[in-house]
Design a protein around this ligand. Structure first.
Ligand SMILES: Nc1ccn([C@@H]2O[C@H](COP(=O)(O)OP(=O)(O)OC[C@H](O)CO)[C@@H](O)[C@H]2O)c(=O)n1
Length: 383
């Protein structure tokens, strides 16, 4: 077993491994198409937004045990500080979010079947957490996940990067990043399913040293697309162009090539893929300011692979859902941080051969996301 392969499940998934990405050292970093070509991002593709999801007729999976179950929660964004609010005035409950997680773990511990793993979709700590208390805040969150007998998979969010260095985050969150500090990887919890975790802040003004080529590239992208003095502000930007804010980020050409190779591998192995990213990927599923900078390029790659069944994201705090023209489900999950005292937002996803069923608790809405069991040709690779 290589250092990038970590066993996850002994019985249920003999082939379960965690595979880290391997990319370059950051020199000559590339991200095609985002500097100096603003106009190409203005055309939004038509997508089918369907909150009722697609499973209307009696389904083969119903009444059967799932192949496996996993727990989901996002944007715990914990800090040991009094309640506050977002920039736009939405209340945020920095201490209570830890209680939401505690109740999530309690419920997963009682769940039958038990979750094979849990996923936190990023922003483990809030940017208002005093820097010197950041590790304590992260450890408090991790202590809850450590009550589970299974592994938790993490990804980086903007608030993680406000508080702690990339390398330290990768260490604390057990993210198998590459030598450059990138944080994308995949894992296979079942022989028929591959999870691909993207690093949405691969190209970003957050988390890289000022002299890093990725900082330079991100600075150029924002200079090209966001005329505001405060680069965190999407003011004056319209539609999907609102995504060009400093609290967003994008995926380098190297990560995109890795994603393509992962999907090729999954397709060849007859596996279904679920793509996870802190930043949402589908415009119809979220507020435009929350989108990944180069979501369009990522979607083109996903839609060219019929093995992709769903994307799951956090960051927007409000839940969202859309099914695109290629049949991929896109679910943005509700944040633990914005649950008023005593309320919850977490869930568990049952995975069947032909569907994902999200059982939400509290503010996290249920979802049923059906897909064909046949690995067909993609509907289109250029939607
Ligand atoms: N118009 C804005 C919006 C935000 N900011 C500043 O940007 C930083 C990040 O914002 P924040 O809302 O905390 O980011 P989250 O990841 O928690 O949430 C993402 C979506 O906004 C959820 O809807 C922060 O410093 C804000 O003050 C800004 O300057 N101008």
């Amino acid at each position: 077993m290589s250092q990038n392969e970590v066993p996850l499940l002994e019985e249920a998934s003999p082939s379960c491994t965690v595979l880290a990405a391997s990319s370059g050292n950051g020199a000559g970093v590339a991200m095609q198409g985002l500097v100096g070509r603003a106009s190409e991002f203005e055309g939004e593709e038509a997508v089918e937004a369907d909150r009722s999801t697609s499973g209307q007729s009696p389904q083969p999976g119903q009444g059967q045990a799932p192949l496996f179950r996993f727990g989901v929660i996002t944007d715990v964004q914990h800090a040991d500080i009094p309640d506050g609010a977002s920039y736009g005035g939405t209340p945020r409950y920095y201490r209570h979010s830890l209680q939401v997680l505690r109740r999530a773990v309690d419920s997963w511990l009682q769940s039958e079947p038990p979750p094979a793993f849990a996923v936190h979709f990023g922003d483990i700590v809030d940017g208002y957490c005093p820097r010197e208390q950041s590790e304590v805040a992260v450890q408090a969150v991790l202590a809850q996940f450590e009550r589970l007998p299974c592994r938790t998979f993490h990804m980086l969010g903007n608030h993680c990067l406000y508080n702690l260095p990339r390398a330290r985050l990768n260490q604390l969150l057990d993210i198998p990043g590459d030598a450059d500090g990138c944080s994308y990887y995949s894992f296979q919890p079942h022989p028929r399913f591959r999870f691909i975790v993207l690093d949405g802040y691969d190209v970003s003004m957050l988390g890289w040293p000022p002299e890093h080529p990725k900082t330079a590239l991100a600075t150029a992208i924002l200079a090209t697309h966001n005329p505001n003095e405060n680069k965190n502000s999407p003011e004056t930007l319209e539609g999907p162009s609102r995504r060009f804010v400093m609290f967003g980020g994008g995926i380098s050409d190297a990560q995109l090539a890795w994603l393509e190779a992962e999907l090729d591998g999954a397709q060849a192995a007859g596996q279904r893929c679920i793509v996870c990213c802190h930043l949402p990927l589908e415009p119809a599923s979220t507020a435009p300011a929350c989108l990944l900078w180069n979501y369009d390029r990522v979607l083109a790659v996903l839609r060219a692979h019929s093995c992709v069944v769903a994307t799951l994201a956090g960051h927007a705090h409000r839940g969202g859902y859309a099914r695109d023209g290629a049949g991929i489900h896109h679910r943005v999950l509700e944040a633990a941080l914005e649950c008023p005292h005593g309320s919850d937002a977490y869930g568990c996803v049952d995975v069947y051969a032909d569907r994902l069923v999200l059982h939400g608790t509290g503010l996290m809405a249920d979802a049923e996301m059906a897909f064909s069991t046949a690995l067909s040709q993609p509907l289109s690779s250029s939607l």
